[in-house]
Write a protein that binds this ligand. Structure first.
Ligand SMILES: Nc1ncnc2c1ncn2[C@@H]1O[C@H](COP(=O)(O)OP(=O)(O)OP(=O)(O)O)[C@@H](O)[C@H]1O
Length: 846
């Protein structure tokens, strides 16, 4: 008995173990194998069903198969093998796209259901009592869907509903939202008529290389022939993805950056189509027509046009929400065609391969267990990634920077350790075959189109080839610095052109300060200007004071109507929710963003450092909510131009190549900019970013600027404010101060902040002679800032540091700031001012 029991238990154990093992192994199978298993099963079923339904190859099981297929789907069963085959092929090709596969499955299910239902109702809605008739119509599926509908709603209504269901199924399968039907059909038409291929063919010369930054460097290159098809598919995929991204996009992101593409992930990248994903902006579809801003409902002319391919965003903004130009004015944004298309971005070139070889040989020579695992090529520099073996110190590679520079024959080698978000060292080396980034490409990229904010500008491309854009309203103020010829003015041009391309004068107004008198003259007369371009540094300082007054007026308005931000105020005005106060004749209108661009801060700081600094401080501290934003550019980022106060209040920085490490520290608070290679190569540090991002600035040619400027100029004349460069009202510097105002302000600040009234301190700190310091002290005494002389002792300081701003204002002769005085008189209203001055918008508006 024991033996029998032992044998029984032993074999049971063996069988159980084997069964468990098989089960476990099946669970351990790679998911893709498991999905392949499903695909093969479907393929097998397709073969069985096709054999019976198509070729009547009926074995013993044939009857059963027919009963199941025809019983379920009726005559529609003949397409079941096709559907099974297609599903099986899709599962094999894209096993990882679970979500898309699910969507297609649901869509096909809806179509199948609808078709079965339709066949059933058109076949006279046979009942279950006649199963042969059911099998000859839409099968049980058709019966379940069709009979109740036909009985309850009559056959015609049921047919319409079922058609709708089938149509819905088609939209789901093709991932087409209803508002995309027309653009997609148009795109399809273009592709069928060959317009698409022509443009694609042009790019086919470029071999496809998988983004080497994420894969092995020696990835085999697919044959160029296949590229046309590959690109087309990517284009379709990107269009679908882009749309999803658009929906998900949140308007309040600080700045929009192209996502880095990781192979296998379905990230919506902005990389060139030669990399792993396609940028819809590079889609060769014909450029969109200019987006139109129509004057208020009074206009009878053309309605806003929509772009052909890209969904809700275009060169402009959601038109329904636009502040319209009053009167009959029809303002169109420049067409995207005004800006040229750049050469396709290369992701790999022979030069890169040579550098990889050099880097590898340096690592070998120094016997460092590290490997160049890949690279990402940007337009100007390529970032080579080096991964270390176990127990290899990072410093061993970073210490080699000079040898690396020697090996690759370039002095501008920059080492990042680590690359943010990666366990790898990045070695940035300039490309010997650098590329120019066309502003047009940046503005047409998905990154730019994702946001319809009028203050979004094209910045350039990052080291991974992704487009970089920035929202000036979120900066909220930007300092741009770099040595002569580094690309500052080109950036300022790109910025202004971006605004002209995307914003109407109703949305953005500009104050351009160009003390160099040459850089910005091309923009003279554009309607976005609120005052003629200011070239005189003294006038520029006054203009900054006007900006402060404008800001205060806007603040007053916000406070009066109970809004915190100009955007909220504007939205309420557009919605008609802001009513003038009782008795006021005022016409409430939206406030445009005000962008103040100073092309050379150093020139301003030379003529009136204290005033300019004070205005900048005031603007930068408060202007954000008032929709006023400053861009300060300078060639000389030294501490006397970019003072601590200015720096503290201008949070976003863009550094082009600087001539020294000290300059780089002034701009970025860290070294790096001195290693940049000029011609638009920059480090971009937007507010809140931890590390600066290397960016190649966008380039816009003079002919393009001309095209854009003449487009905007022919439509609208600028309406200038007269009060901007007029000296601030009621400002009278006392005669005895005369030309010493700046020094006196500095002296007052020194004495009050240190609470130490010493003439020799003034001498030392202000670097003035004894006589001048004594005079300043007398002036301070006459204004009761310090007490009388007490011989060799320091004078008593009569003003507390808290009262310093009011004291400085008093010295400047601004009576409004005097303590205890009347409240600050403010300009009534921006638009009222215009009316008061009898200035009208062309077309009879404001
Ligand atoms: N983004 C860019 N792409 C390609 N080339 C550029 C770019 N930016 C600048 N360059 C090249 O560098 C030259 C000098 O640029 P830019 O005039 O912008 O320098 P800058 O810093 O403004 O100098 P300055 O301070 O003297 O005006 C340009 O003429 C152009 O050839």
């Amino acid at each position: 008995m024991r033996i029998v029991k032992g044998v029984w238990m032993g074999s049971a154990h063996l069988v159980g173990g084997a069964a468990r093992r098989v089960g476990r192994d099946a669970r351990d199978l790679d998911p893709s194998h498991r999905r392949d298993g499903l695909a093969f099963t479907l393929l097998g079923i397709a073969v069985v069903v096709a054999a019976r339904e198509w070729w009547s190859l009926s074995g013993t099981a044939g009857g059963v198969v027919h009963n199941i297929v025809a019983g379920t789907f009726g005559v529609v069963g003949v397409v079941v093998p096709v559907l099974l085959l297609a599903t099986s092929v899709r599962l094999m090709r894209h096993p990882d796209r679970g979500q898309a596969n699910g969507r297609i499955g649901i869509g096909l299910g809806a179509i199948l259901l609808a078709v079965c239902g339709l066949v059933h109702v058109f076949a006279g809605t046979p009942g279950t009592d006649d199963m042969d008739a059911v099998r000859g119509a839409g099968g049980m599926l058709g019966l379940i869907v069709g009979t109740p509908l036909a009985t309850l709603l009559t056959v015609p209504v049921a047919a319409v509903l079922l058609f709708l269901l089938a149509f819905f199924g088609v939209l789901v399968v093709t991932a087409t939202p209803v508002h995309q039907i027309v653009p997609r059909l148009r795109a399809l038409y273009r592709r069928l008529t060959g317009q698409h291929d022509e443009a694609e063919g042009a790019e086919d010369d470029e071999p496809l290389i998988i983004n080497a930054g994420h894969t092995a460097v020696d990835e085999p290159e697919p044959r160029p022939k296949r590229l046309g098809r590959l690109r087309r598919r990517r284009a379709e995929r990107a269009a679908a993805l882009d749309e999803a991204a658009l929906e998900a996009y949140e308007a309040d992101e600080a700045f929009v950056r192209a996502a880095v593409v990781v192979p296998g992930s379905e990230v919506d990248g902005d990389h060139d189509d030669a990399t792993a994903h396609l940028d819809p902006a590079r889609d060769p579809a014909p450029a969109t027509e200019p987006t139109t801003v129509v004057a208020e409902a009074t206009s009878t002319t053309a309605a806003p046009t929509k772009p052909a391919l890209t969904p809700p965003v275009t060169t402009g903004v959601p038109r329904g929400e636009q502040p319209m130009l009053d009167g009959e004015v029809l303002y169109t944004l420049p067409s995207e065609d005004s800006l040229v298309k750049g050469a396709p971005h290369k992701v790999r070139s022979a030069a890169n391969d040579r550098v990889v070889e050099s880097l590898t040989s340096v690592l070998e020579q120094f016997e460092i267990d590290a490997k160049v695992t890949g690279f990402t090529r940007g337009p100007t520099v390529t970032r080579y990634e080096v991964e270390l073996g176990p127990a290899v110190k990072v410093e061993r590679v970073t210490a080699l920077s000079k040898n690396i520079a020697y090996a690759v024959a370039s002095a501008d080698v920059r080492i990042l350790s680590p690359i943010p978000g990666k366990s790898a060292i990045g070695i940035e080396i300039p490309n010997t075959d650098r590329e120019t980034v066309a502003l047009g490409d940046v503005l047409r990229s998905a990154a730019a189109k994702r946001s319809d904010h009028p203050m979004v500008i094209g910045v350039g491309k990052d080291v991974e080839g992704g487009y970089v854009t920035a929202n000036l309203a979120k900066m909220p103020h930007l300092l741009v610095a770099g040595a002569t010829g580094a690309g500052k003015s080109s950036f300022v041009n790109s910025m202004i052109v971006s605004i002209l391309m995307r914003a109407t004068p109703d949305e953005v107004r500009m104050v351009l300060v160009d003390p160099k008198r040459v850089e910005l003259t091309i923009y003279e007369g554009i309607p976005h200007l609120i005052t003629p371009i200011i070239t005189n540094p003294k006038k520029a300082a006054e203009a900054l004071e006007w900006v402060v007054r404008e800001m205060e007026a806007r603040y007053d308005d916000l406070a009066m109507f109970g809004f915190k931000h100009i955007d909220d105020f504007n939205a309420a005005v557009r919605a008609g929710k802001v009513k003038p106060l009782p008795g006021s004749e005022r016409k409430i209108a939206t406030y445009p963003y005000l962008l103040v661009i100073v092309d050379e801060l150093a020139d301003l700081m030379m003529v009136a450092p204290r005033d300019v600094e004070a205005s900048i401080q005031r603007i930068t501290q408060l202007a954000r909510a008032a929709g006023i934003h400053l861009v300060l550019a300078t060639q000389r980022p030294s501490v006397d131009v970019v003072t601590g106060l200015i720096k503290a209040n201008v949070p976003s920085r863009l550094a082009f190549a600087t001539s020294s490490l000290t300059d780089s520290r002034v701009v970025l608070d860290q070294p790096g900019a001195e290693k940049l290679i000029g011609q638009g190569d920059a480090l971009f540090l937007p507010m809140g970013a931890a590390k600066p991002m290397r960016t190649q600035g966008a380039w816009v040619a003079e002919s393009e600027i001309h095209a854009v400027v003449s487009h905007v100029k022919t439509q609208l004349k600028p309406t200038y404010r007269q009060d901007i460069t007029a000296a601030a009202p009621k400002k009278q510097v006392d005669e005895d101060i005369g030309d010493d105002l700046d020094l006196l302000l500095q002296a007052a600040e020194l004495v009050v902040t240190t609470q130490f009234g010493s003439t020799s301190m003034l001498q030392r700190k202000l670097r003035v002679g004894f006589a001048k310091a004594g005079r300043l002290m007398d002036l301070l005494e006459s204004r009761e800032i310090v007490g009388p002389s007490e011989g060799s002792k320091a004078r008593e300081v009569l003003v507390q540091p808290d009262d310093l701003p009011a004291t400085l204002a008093m010295l400047r002769g601004a009576p409004e700031a005097l303590p205890g005085d009347e409240p600050i008189p403010v300009a009534t209203d921006y638009h009222d001012d215009l009316e008061d001055e009898g200035q009208d918008w062309p077309g009879g508006g404001r």
